[in-house]
Design a protein around this ligand. Structure first.
Ligand code: FRU
Length: 486
């Protein structure tokens, strides 16, 4: 089959009526039809936020990658635009893989990976090269004649000649740079750095960071940026082994902080941490907007897990809420962008409720924001149950003994199960919990964004209850819940 953007658009138009609404999200970006994975090309261009995404429109499963495209004025309400890229050239024949966007002299540039299959076993017989597409209107894209702009000859000795993908292009110290995901061919993920003056001619600079043997065998989707004086390298390591409660998913996402040396063009890492402590958060990408905010979005699913909408729903894949990364008192915090608050509807509120046992709240729903302040007092465990119905609940709980927060989706409905835990200290004896529930997702922000946990859940449509509970006595000092509808 030959692919073009126009064919993809026509297919989507003609088949959209098949979508089943049951798990469709209200205020998150999803694929319009068919499959979605990584966010790509996240940028603010001519006043609008653009998000592209890895897309296979023809089935709700991964296939020859296209770039889907949506725009927004406020990062919450998105409108779909025509499919931006299809695998229709010799240099991207088997897929337009992940990449990024940058503006130069008013022109929008997309830099993406061309995936080329070279033999009978597509899982092993392939290579990858980096291409550019340009646009003057932010809607229609033209692939440049010089493609590939970073080819196989640019791969340094000792780097994989197959896994060489996901360019994130950025400007720093008056030059263009791109970071690329790679591995050393010996089971260690690494990031390669390239430099350019004009976005067309590129030179290899260095291996910017590499696994110490405990950080996964291949690194995907890198990003590099400055956050209030700190240099941050973000990436998605595949098959990173667990470390205590962290990195419990098959594939992880990490941000590494340290110092960029502009003279040597090197990065000195000082530490690293997970981006998210839940189940479904992969391949994040950031952009810097005109308010100076560093905003990150990720694919709100991950590889090799069950996605129930693949069966009979005609779609699979969504992106997280855009989150602002903020540096405060030596910590990096993740906060939902404040624009989401414009969509707050009816408010339900409680103050100073003493909890000892379980209480059903006179509120419910499947699309809302909830903000709770718990005073732990002498409770051993306390928390909330969301999307409660017959034999169904998603449990958020805090145990005071070890200071561990737990997200439990064992009874969340259909779909994958399990628990994730993360340590988070109380602040003056209090836990501040902010949760965003949207049909088939929940994102929990703890202590103002010190930790975040993201999970897809697939409860029945009638599982709408909310309960608060405590083992021992605690106080629910305040709870506010707003319906969110676009
Ligand atoms: C990450 C990833 C990228 C690749 C893309 C293909 O999820 O594996 O490395 O470019 O997905 O769809």
């Amino acid at each position: 089959m030959t692919y073009t953007p126009a064919k993809a658009d026509q297919f989507i138009r003609e088949n959209k009526h098949l979508l089943r609404s049951e798990y469709r999200l209200n205020y998150h970006l999803m694929s319009e039809f068919g499959w979605m994975n990584d966010p790509n090309g996240f940028i603010q261009y001519k006043g609008e936020y653009h998000l592209f995404y890895q897309h296979y429109p023809y089935r709700p499963e991964w296939g020859p990658m296209h770039w889907g495209h949506a725009v927004s004025r406020d990062l919450i309400k998105w409108n779909y635009l025509p499919v931006a890229l299809a695998p229709d050239k010799p240099f991207d024949r088997d897929g337009c893989f992940s990449g990024s966007a940058i503006e130069k002299d008013g022109t929008l540039y997309l830099m993406y990976t061309g995936h080329i299959v070279t033999g009978p076993d597509p899982k092993n017989d392939y290579y990858q090269i980096q291409n550019l597409a340009v646009s003057e209107d932010g809607v229609r894209f033209r692939k440049v004649d010089d493609n590939p702009v970073i080819g196989l000859s640019h791969i340094p000795p000792g780097a994989s000649r197959k896994d060489f993908r996901d360019p994130k292009v950025f400007r720093r110290d008056g030059r263009y740079y791109a970071v690329l995901g790679s591995n050393d061919g010996q089971g260690n993920g690494q990031i390669l750095l390239y430099r350019s003056e004009d976005l067309i001619r590129w030179a290899f600079v260095c291996v910017m960071a590499k696994s110490d043997g405990n950080m996964g065998d291949n690194w995907e989707c890198p990003d590099f940026f400055e956050l209030d004086g700190l240099d941050v390298l973000m990436f998605s390591p595949q098959r990173m082994p667990p470390q205590g409660r962290d990195y419990r998913n098959l594939h992880s996402t990490v941000y590494m902080w340290g110092r960029w040396n502009a003279v040597d063009e090197t990065f000195q890492a000082e530490g690293y941490a997970p981006m998210d402590q839940g189940f479904d958060f992969y391949a994040p990408q950031t952009t810097l907007d005109d308010q100076g905010r560093r905003i990150v979005v990720a694919w709100m699913d991950t590889w090799e897990t069950e996605i129930p909408t693949q069966n009979g729903h005609y779609w699979a894949g969504a992106l997280t809420l855009p989150r602002e990364m903020v540096r405060k008192e030596g910590k990096v915090l993740f906060k939902p962008v404040q624009e989401i608050e414009r969509y707050r509807g009816e408010l339900f509120q409680i103050r100073d409720l003493i909890l000892d046992g379980e209480t059903e709240l006179a509120a419910g729903g499947d699309s809302y924001e909830l903000e709770a302040v718990f005073e732990a007092r002498d409770a051993e465990r306390f928390g909330l149950k969301l999307r409660v119905g017959e034999n169904e609940q998603t449990v958020l709980s805090y145990s005071t003994g070890d200071g561990v927060f737990c997200l439990d989706r064992n009874l969340s409905g259909i779909g994958p199960k399990g628990v994730r835990e993360t340590e988070v200290p109380l602040c003056d004896g209090k836990l501040l919990l902010r949760a965003f529930v949207d049909r088939s997702s929940v994102e929990v922000f703890l202590q103002d964004g010190e930790k975040v946990m993201t999970a897809r859940i697939y409860p029945g449509e009638r599982s709408l209850g909310i309960r608060a509970f405590a083992e021992g006595r605690c106080s629910l000092a305040s709870l506010k819940k707003w319906d969110l509808r676009i």
